[in-house]
Design a protein around this ligand. Structure first.
Ligand SMILES: [Zn+2]
Length: 60
């Protein structure tokens, strides 16, 4: 079981990545790596793991 495994983007099936975008308590967000898509979950999480889980739930 790999909790950090990101599902592909639900919009374009592209590769997604966890990025740290802020210096606050919830800095992590998952974004699609495709420039044309650029989908983001729009939910910021406190840990990398939580960001991955939120993204994977959305992709189901
Ligand atoms: Zn995408």
């Amino acid at each position: 079981m790999d909790k950090l495994k990101l599902k592909p983007c639900p919009f374009c099936s592209g590769e997604a990545l966890v990025v740290k975008v802020k210096l606050c308590e919830n800095p992590y967000v998952v974004v699609c790596q495709s420039e044309k898509c650029g989908a983001s979950i729009g939910v910021y999480s406190g840990t990398r793991e939580a960001a991955v889980e939120a993204w994977n739930r959305r992709g189901e």
